[in-house]
Design a protein around this ligand. Sequence first.
Ligand code: AMP
Length: 415
Amino acid sequence: MNVLVLNCGSSSLKFQIIQTDLQIIEKNADKQLAKGLIERIGSQALVTLQATGKSPVKHAAPLRDHKAALDHIIKWIISEEAQIPGIQSLHDIHAIGHRVVHGAERFTNSTLIDDSVIRGIEDCIDLAPLHNPANLKGITASREVFGAGIPQAVVFDTSFHSTMPETSFLYAIPYQLYRRHKIRRYGFHGTSHRYVAYRYRQLTGKSREETNIITVHLGNGCSACAIKSGASFDTSMGLSPLEGLVMGTRCGDIDPAVLEFLSHKEGMSMNEIDTLLNKQSGLLGISGLTNDMRDLLAEAREHQDRRATLAINMFTQRVKKYIGSYLAEMNGADAIVFTGGIGENSVIVRQRICANLEWLGIEIDEQLNSEKVGGHEGEINKKDARMKVFVIPTNEELLIARDTVRCVLSAPQPK
Ligand code: AMP
């Protein structure tokens, strides 16, 4: 089955075509056939398209909305120029899988799309006002373009965390506010945490029940997840993706009293404060330079920039703090797993997070750590260390493609 995976932002559309089916999943032999990204939809859009094994092609095109962007992609997919093996016409796309950020308490599994699912995603807009409308744009566009003939499924960032107990997901505010408005921790990056936990099981031969690990997704957005008996037990992001770790431009944990203080001292509206905490904080806010970890590391190394160094130190300390608290909550764990752009590539960030934790059984092997960059997967702990530390590149698109196949064939979805 060829699955088109779509991940839509407010002005962007990322896609992959993945060949997979139940037998292929069993053999772990899925194939990515093509991928691409369209940015700045709504004006002169920037288009990058790449058939697997070929060089990417880049160009600009006036694409006014997500439907125009999808039409553009499809024209390329079936073109002579792309020459994607096995794809000559639209009929060679057999299913479509969409990433949706918020599924609230309603969507605890990936599901096929119908009108009631769309209404359900719309009902979650209050909880994810930036993300869900963008995801819906992609769904609406692809229903228009492909019609009812092709099955479409949605995979939610929140559903992996639906197993969290009340003690993890409730905020200690009056309980009736949870009842009335469903104010609670939902957690995000669920597709990534779920995928790396699955890979961990494959690499170690452990069963789901034996899987007690802490997964740490460090990218532009960052989150940690305590996985107990294979299920999400706690996670650092909350009602929204703002809570928890220090991120590229998001502050993560903060005393809520700061909001009232800011509004008082700076005369800021709630809207402005929201923008400040989501877009101007984190690594960018502390360093005053950039939200990009690679550039910050270079600044710290080459110019000994004090605030770049401070931002990196705050970032790594917060991750340490979460690892420590999850180890306490879970009564210990067997492994820490790093993923995401920073987690997969930054030898130094991983080394700093794990430094001085020998007493917990965490000891990094310098050589192994330095080898795990650019998509390399495996252990980075010393041979006789009590706790394993893994680097596992995430692959959310693959998981979305696989769940789409399972939804289409009504096969059970392993968490
Ligand atoms: P993501 O959102 O998962 O694509 O991750 C983006 C983040 O990964 C950015 O902060 C990048 O600077 C960071 N990143 C990518 N490669 C490296 C690297 N080699 N060293 C440090 N950070 C990196």
